[in-house]
Design a protein around this ligand. Structure first.
Ligand code: HEC
Length: 200
């Protein structure tokens, strides 16, 4: 009897719920009527999402939200890309990418360079990243110049290593889809830098 009681109760509750609701419509809801599962306070959307994603994604999202909240130096927000996407810029950017970025972000920006596996969070998948709406010039310039120190990531800051022009050249190379630049010295050398079979 004790086992069937809850079932019968639930059944009865289901049957009478519409009726009870109809009756309740007349009376103003009492303060104590709020269902238990309703959260008492509505959390801000960003707080909710940050708590529900894994810690690695949290760091990435922090980078995104810092940028979208304009929490970056004004100079980056105002920066203009005066290098553009010329063949020349892409050709200059290729070797720079190979010299400074490939060991973490991988040959074609898939985040699988030799150093990648030791890093948490892992290097961004730049090939996909540059296609995201957030990846405007100013976002990329800021991320590459300042690195990930403020977010506790391994992304180095390049503002003292590369000129702004060189960073724009790398951006051109990323946006061009990581083309196989003949002039990339590391690629020409082949075997030393990659495990892939030499196809030519
Ligand atoms: C030592 C490894 C390492 C090197 C070298 C490196 N990166 Fe990164 N990079 C990372 C890691 C790890 C992240 C992810 C964490 C973060 O966003 O700070 C990252 C993130 C980024 C982001 C932000 C992506 C996003 O999703 O918002 C950009 C852009 C980027 N790197 C570009 C570059 C470029 C261009 C170079 C070369 C000039 C470079 N990185 C060199 C490790 C590296």
């Amino acid at each position: 009897m004790s086992r069937s009681f809850p079932v019968a109760f639930v059944f009865a509750a289901l049957l009478f719920a519409p009726l009870a609701a109809a009756v309740a419509e007349d009376a103003p809801p009492a303060a104590g009527d709020v269902p238990k599962e309703t959260p008492k306070t509505q959390e801000p959307a960003i707080g909710w999402s940050l708590r529900n994603v894994d810690p690695e994604q949290q760091q990435r999202m922090l980078r995104f939200s810092t940028f979208t909240n304009r929490g970056i130096p004004e100079a980056y927000l105002k920066a203009e890309n005066d290098v553009g996407y010329t063949v020349h810029a892409i050709a200059e950017g290729g070797p720079l990418y190979w010299a400074h970025c490939q060991k973490c972000h991988g040959d074609t920006g898939l985040g699988n360079g030799d150093l990648a596996y030791a890093l948490t969070p892992s290097p961004a998948l730049l090939a996909y990243m540059v296609q995201q709406p957030i990846a405007v010039d100013q976002y990329l310039l800021w991320s590459i110049s300042e690195g990930g120190k403020q977010f506790g990531t391994a992304m180095p800051a390049f503002k003292d290593t590369l000129s702004e022009e060189q960073i724009w050249q790398i951006v051109a190379y990323l946006r061009a889809g990581f083309p196989d630049i003949e002039a990339a010295p590391a690629k020409k050398g082949g075997a030393a830098k990659t495990d892939e079979p030499d196809l030519d």
